[in-house]
Design a protein around this ligand. Structure first.
Ligand code: AOF
Ligand code: ZN
Length: 341
């Protein structure tokens, strides 16, 4: 049996709202949110959130619709907020504008902002939750993680030879993977708020940790560079070259680094080595996703990608679930989620 016309209408309007949400910045303290206001079959207003400090999606759509919002249905990808943060409560703005019905996708996981659905219902607005909620949450994967776990989401990126080495015995590691995989790492960096390495990596590899184009020029908004550890790094290190902001956190405790990043409202951090820092994060259960680039090269010895986790038996291995495999030139990119021991 075909779904009723009203359901088809709801779904297509929510898809439009998701499309609008996607226009927002991928890296921001705030989520990406879209809103479409509809009367009958006519769209009377649309809006999206363009980043922290700017109007929320609902307010942007309401200011477009003006008086036409009276009696409208609002399709919003996130539950309208009930709080006054950088801007006022959207649920109240929808009520004041005379919106009759609100359909939202993802329930707001942010304890400070939630409550909009109840507020709307208390004012006689018809509220429906959950339409395309998974798509909306996927759009804000790191933000959703960070507001529910009170720390940024952590992705560990590693590049390794087929036999599991990060570098040759002489320390040379620049060309483990090919050009396509390296370009992919820059794409990864462009989608996170911070890139984190240990002092050992800065001393051994002198990485610049910036997002660069094929010609090697720094492009777009750069992630914060975070250096963890207590070895002194020279003022001439590329990580301190001024191309992006750099935060140096003395000590090895991943908790301190994550706290500093959470305080800065950074939602997603890319862990780029080295083996000691990666082991510390894994041991604390702070790796939420692994992106591994595997090159078709054998070394038969060299520097490990990961320091000892103190595991002596295969039965105690840290298990991961494979979620994606992709070939990039001659290399393979694996995406995995650690599932524990
Ligand atoms: C957004 N954009 O369109 C909606 C949001 O600090 P504020 O005042 O900008 O509030 C941010 C919170 O508001 C955010 O964490 C989320 O819970 C809620 N709704 N946020 O950035 C929007 N509708
Ligand atoms: Zn709001």
């Amino acid at each position: 049996m075909a779904p009723p016309a009203a359901d088809i209408m709801d779904e297509s309007m929510m898809r439009a709202a998701l499309g609008l949400a996607g226009r927002g910045p991928a890296v921001d303290p705030n989520p990406r949110v879209g809103c479409v206001l509809v009367v009958g079959e006519t769209v009377v207003g649309q809006g999206w959130h363009a980043g922290a400090g700017t109007p929320h999606a609902e307010v942007a759509a309401l200011s477009q619709a003006r008086d036409l919002a009276r009696g409208a249905t609002a399709y919003v990808t996130l539950e309208p907020c009930a709080h006054t943060g950088r801007t006022g409560p959207c649920a109240q703005a929808l009520i004041d504008a005379g919106v009759a019905r609100v359909v939202f996708a993802q329930a707001d996981p942010n304890p400070a902002a939630r409550g909009g659905a109840d507020l709307l219902a208390a004012h006689g607005v018809r509220v429906e939750a959950g339409l395309l909620a998974r798509s909306a949450a996927a759009l804000n994967r790191a933000w959703t993680f960070a507001v529910t776990h009170d720390r940024p989401m952590v992705t560990w990126k590693l590049a390794t030879t087929l036999d599991g080495y990060a570098a040759a015995a002489d320390g040379s590691s620049r060309w483990v993977t090919g050009a396509q995989a390296r370009a992919d790492v820059h794409r990864l960096r462009s989608r996170v708020g911070a890139v984190l390495v240990g002092t050992g990596t800065v001393l051994a590899d002198d990485p610049s940790l910036t997002v660069r184009d094929a010609a090697g020029h720094a492009t777009g908004t750069q992630p914060l560079r975070v250096v963890l550890g207590d070895r002194a790094i020279p003022a001439t290190a590329r990580a301190l070259d001024g191309q992006a902001e750099t935060l140096i956190t003395p000590g090895h405790d991943p908790r301190d680094a994550l706290k500093a990043l959470q305080d800065r409202q950074i939602r997603h951090v890319l862990l780029e080595g080295g083996p000691t820092v990666a082991a510390a994060f894994l041991q604390h259960g702070y790796v939420d996703e692994i992106v591994a680039y595997v090159a078709p090269k054998l070394l038969g010895g060299g520097l490990p990608t990961l320091a000892s986790l103190g595991i002596g038996s295969i039965a105690d291995a840290l298990e991961c679930e494979l979620t994606e495999v992709e070939q990039l030139g001659q290399d393979v990119r694996l995406r995995l989620t650690p599932t524990g021991r």
